[in-house]
Ligand binder design. Structure first.
Ligand SMILES: Nc1ncnc2[nH]cnc12
Ligand SMILES: [Zn+2]
Length: 346
């Protein structure tokens, strides 16, 4: 009589992840520029791009390391010129993640990528904020904006960017540190991050994506981060792992990014199961979804299939994504209750 038994014991990852409420905490809005929109904006703004088709753009997304990717990513951003461009880019991202049932996103933008080619800081911020406001009104997805400094540039340039940002401080929930990691340790930015903390901004930094565990120590001790982006190479230092677990530091891990940038050779080798086993407060994120071939749900599903994540581990990381957000406690509790209701019903 086995055919009368309920078949619900088989865990269907795709179906379960699809509607699971989640937050995205590591996303570069410039990295959500899909080739189709790149072409549309290039035409609209009369900007030349070195590709003659959408397929040619996608074919160029074959990277050996972080720098390979960054060269193409900064070139792609050249098509973004007006507030409307930034609004269209931002709204397109939110529309896409609403389909993944991402309920909240805290997104990075790189102002220096734009101000250094003559686009006004105000244009960038007004456009992105307009897209975020539209997303909340039309899609019900809440969000926060994080100003990220480019670490391959000098600390003085970060200070100059912070000056530009001062009239708009209430628009930002925090600051971040991204771009080429090797040779640009967190210590290079200790003073500018101290100034940001004084201004009441939350602190994030990419650390341990390609850089050694020492950079992770510096992000904790010198920048005094509230959240760590990536953190993969922290796993090489047992005492550091124990500290991250003890402090319940949120790590915004990006599996498909790690695969595309050769941080891991194969998704099967991804450190997430080990991170979970060590009690780290990890979340799954897309980083630059247009360039890395997947949005948040793709990251959950492909990783789950590669390393064999359990339903409980998936739920835990979705919970972590709200707990590790910079939302006020009441709002976190609301979203966590959405997860509880979903889990009870599915
Ligand atoms: N994965 C990444 N690492 C560093 N800088 C970035 N900028 C955009 N994506 C990045
Ligand atoms: Zn990143």
């Amino acid at each position: 009589m086995t055919d009368s038994l309920p078949s619900a014991s088989v865990f269907d990852i795709e179906t379960f992840v699809a509607k699971l409420p989640k937050a995205e905490l590591h996303l570069h809005i410039e990295g959500s520029l899909e080739p189709e929109l790149m072409f549309e904006l290039a035409q609209r703004n009369n900007v030349a791009i070195p590709f003659d088709s959408v397929e040619a753009v996608r074919a160029a997304y074959d990277f050996s390391n972080l720098q390979d990717f960054l060269d193409i990513y900064y070139a792609g951003a050249n098509v973004l010129l007006t507030a409307r461009d930034f609004e269209d880019l931002t709204f397109a991202y939110f529309k896409r993640i609403a389909a993944d049932n991402v309920r909240h996103a805290e997104i990075f933008f790189d102002p220096q990528t734009h101000t250094d080619r003559g686009v006004a800081f105000e244009t960038v911020v007004e456009g992105i904020i307009a897209g975020m406001n539209r997303a909340e009104a039309e899609l019900g997805v809440t969000s926060g904006l994080i100003l990220s400094f480019l670490r391959h540039l000098p600390e003085e340039a970060a200070f100059a960017t912070l000056e530009m940002a001062k009239p708009y401080l209430d628009r930002f929930i925090g600051v971040g540190l991204d771009s080429s990691e090797m040779g640009h340790p967190p210590s290079k930015f200790e003073r500018v991050f101290a100034a940001c903390r004084e201004l009441g901004l939350k602190i994030c930094a990419h650390a341990g994506e390609e850089g050694p565990p020492e950079y992770v120590h510096e992000a904790l001790d010198l920048l005094k981060i509230d959240r760590m982006d990536h953190g993969n190479r922290a796993m090489e230092d047992e005492a550091l792992v124990a500290r991250l677990a003890k402090e319940q530091m949120t790590l915004t891990v990006c599996p498909l990014s790690n695969l595309k940038l050769c941080v891991v050779k194969d998704l099967k080798d991804h450190p997430i199961p080990n991170m979970l086993a060590k009690g780290l407060h990890v979340t799954l994120n897309s980083d630059d979804p247009s360039y890395f071939g997947g949005y948040v749900n793709d990251n959950y599903i492909q990783l789950a299939k590669a390393v064999g994540l359990t339903r409980e581990q998936i739920i835990q990381m979705a919970r972590n994504s709200f707990e590790g957000s910079f939302l006020p406690d009441e709002k976190k509790a609301q979203y966590l209750a959405e997860i509880d209701a979903y889990v009870a019903a599915n």
